[in-house]
Write a protein that binds this ligand. Structure first.
Ligand SMILES: Cc1ncc(COP(=O)(O)O)c(C=O)c1O
Length: 398
């Protein structure tokens, strides 16, 4: 029995079976490569689902965390802590937002965003039936609030009505949003680039149109950039490319590059009429350890011009994926932005994922027929060549 088999057998006895995990037990990483407990090495085009932007085992990142461990890991939010104060300043600066609340996950960032929007509406005119418009095929997380605005009905069906008062519109279809607006609508929530739903960027016409509807009706625009933000699309936040700004923004994943941390941010205009002391809180949220990670991540983004790097390599990645599409007719679409790319096939891609693993590469899916490529943001052209060559080998026999 290999070490991997041993841990998988043990794990299956005690871990709740909520994931159909691949039979891989990861042990350590270096740059854009991961190694399992049996010593097998993988080129990582998954980044722990769009998380590990800076690559694995970065000495400066590790040192920043170690230093913070030696100082203090947790304080609670009854007191201030230096990393949280500094991370808040930096995150507001890079996002153009005014106020931030740190959370422990993406899902919690969505919860906070929903509560902020409801409180904003309530402050203007108290009522308990304000509506939120969310998008079909969206994904916002697994807690009851986040699930309630998640457009994939399959995720919701066993869990009742959720928080209620949610209307679903079609993504990239302005008319369908307009049809759902009424005097009770207080917010529209959407991903700037839909991730789990299959990697669909918002069209410019759609996002600008939604912004205009929000402005005209004092409806809050919540942009979920938990997956597509933090440089992944070649801008610090994907909304920048559209010349618009959300009222509330959510981020997580690459924000801590592996340390569990998320955030919801808002403009001062929203903050003035939204959450006040007693409305929201978190024991861990914004603790010094998590915020030391945020600070170091943002420092490295600046120092290494991570966003510029994504911009520089993206045309090469897209050209190579387009070549693949030309060569193999079972690839019916290549779409995405920056290092958030999809190859859509005319059938299920599960076998391609498994074969890639056998050949030493990690790729994930976004729906049954879609391969999702979300590598660490530090990949170079040679890594693009490697993944394309692995995919070519697989597809020649597919
Ligand atoms: C767009 C989006 N929102 C929210 C979430 C939930 O984040 P988390 O898994 O950190 O709770 C995800 C996770 O994949 C996501 O992609």
């Amino acid at each position: 029995m290999s070490l991997s088999e041993k841990y998988i057998e043990e794990g299956e006895k005690n871990l709740l079976h909520t994931y159909n995990r691949f039979p891989i037990v990861l042990d350590h990483g270096e740059g854009v490569y991961l190694t399992d407990v049996d010593g097998k090495k993988y080129l990582d085009f998954a980044s722990g689902i769009a998380v590990f932007a800076l690559g694995y085992n970065d000495p400066e990142y590790n040192d920043a965390l170690k230093k913070q461990i030696d100082k203090i890991i947790h304080t609670s939010n009854l007191y201030y802590n230096v990393p949280a104060v500094e991370a808040a300043k930096e995150l507001c600066a890079v996002s153009g937002m005014d106020r931030v609340f740190f959370t422990n996950s993406g899902t919690e960032a969505i919860e906070g965003a929903i509560k902020s929007a409801l409180k904003y509406a309530y402050t203007k005119a108290p009522a308990d039936d304000y509506e939120i418009i969310a998008m079909e095929h969206s994904f916002h997380g697994r807690s009851m609030g986040a699930l309630s605005v998640t457009g994939n009905a399959h995720y919701r069906e066993a869990f009742g009505e959720g928080i209620g008062h949610i209307e679903f519109a079609e993504y990239n279809d302005l008319e369908s949003v307009k049809a759902k607006i009424n005097s009770k609508t207080c917010a529209i929530i959407m991903e700037t680039v839909q991730g789990e739903g299959g990697i669909y960027p918002a069209s410019e016409e759609f996002l600008k149109g939604v912004r205009k509807i929000c402005d005209e009706n004092d409806i809050l625009l919540i942009l979920d950039e938990i997956q597509c933000g933090m440089g992944r699309t070649g801008s610090m936040f994907a909304f920048e490319d559209y010349g618009i700004k959300p009222d509330i923004l959510t981020t997580a994943k690459a924000l801590g590059c592996g340390v569990p941390v998320g955030a919801f941010l808002m403009t001062e205009r929203v903050a003035e009429k939204s959450l006040v002391p007693g409305d929201h809180g978190s024991t861990y949220g914004g603790n010094p350890f998590a915020c030391a990670a945020v600070l170091e991540v943002l420092r490295q983004y600046k120092e290494k011009d991570i966003v510029g790097h994504v911009k520089e390599i993206t045309p090469y990645l897209e050209a190579k994926l387009d070549e693949l599409k030309e060569k193999f007719p079972n690839i019916i679409d290549r779409r995405g932005k920056g290092f958030m790319q999809a190859l859509e096939f005319d059938g299920p891609v599960g076998e391609i994922v498994t074969k890639a693993q056998e050949k030493g590469a990690l790729i994930i899916t976004a729906g049954t027929n879609v391969l999702r490529l979300v590598p660490p943001l530090i990949i170079e052209k040679e890594h693009v060549d490697s993944i394309v060559s692995i995919l070519t080998e697989i597809l020649q026999k597919y």
